[in-house]
Ligand binder design. Structure first.
Ligand code: 5GP
Length: 212
């Protein structure tokens, strides 16, 4: 069976990434979210095993030592990691895995799996980013400034991604991410067996080893 792809989706906070990912997963068949592990506190409404696997520092450290993570990163002092086996369980079934992770994680995944597709979500402009960060949080001004500085660093790093989607209109942004996923599925590597089915040939014959 053809293995699925890995789609990394990253964005600075306040860019609508989570909303876009949810909409994407509900609209596109054959996509599955890889649930990460984190040492951060569970927020109200979040469910263990659904939003994250919430683990303590010790457990996270043990998992790291046993090479259970495809990538890990520290965000605001808390640790986050993508489980190798969670991703493998998805792609080995021919499904596509969505990794909603930060840019540090995006770089590590690309290094480990060069075929991974990285999609960056951008706010329309600096003012909107500031407005969204301010509206979302009841944090202090200092905290907002800190988040803004982090967001600017992340945006710079998104310049290395494969695709960039500006979220100036939610519906349009979701549709664009959907196109990227669907277009990726039409790549030769994923559809070669269609040729084999039509020609009734096996892989080696197709590669030129046959006379006719
Ligand atoms: P939050 O704590 O708000 O859910 O997530 C904070 C940041 O960590 C977000 O940018 C989120 O995408 C990122 N994140 C979540 N899970 C992972 C992960 O497994 N690896 C990495 N590198 N980042 C993650």
């Amino acid at each position: 069976m053809t293995r699925g792809d890995i789609f990394v989706i990253s964005a600075p906070s306040g860019s609508g990434k989570t909303t876009i990912c949810r909409a994407l997963l509900s609209r596109v068949e054959g996509l599955s979210l890889s649930v990460s592990c984190t040492t951060r506190e569970r927020k109200p409404g979040e469910r263990d095993g659904v939003d994250y696997y919430f683990v303590d520092e010790e457990k996270f450290g043990n998992m790291l030592d046993s090479n259970e993570f495809l990538e890990t990163a520290s965000v605001y002092g808390r640790r986050y990691g993508t489980s190798r086996s969670a991703v493998e369980a998805i792609v080995s079934k021919g499904l596509d895995a969505v990794l909603e992770i930060d840019v540090q994680g995006g770089a590590s995944v690309k290094a480990a799996v060069p075929g991974a597709v990285r999609i960056g979500i951008l706010p329309p402009d600096g003012e909107t980013l500031r407005a969204r960060l301010t509206a979302r949080d009841r944090d202090s001004r200092q905290e907002i400034e800190k988040r803004l500085a982090a967001a600017r660093l992340e945006i710079r790093e998104l310049g290395n991604y494969d695709y960039l989607v500006v979220n100036d209109d939610l519906e349009t942004a979701v549709r664009k991410v959907e196109w990227i996923v669907r277009a990726r599925r039409l790549r030769r590597e994923r559809t070669m067996d269609a040729i084999d089915r039509i020609l009734g040939k096996k892989g080696e014959e197709r590669d030129g080893s046959s006379n006719g």
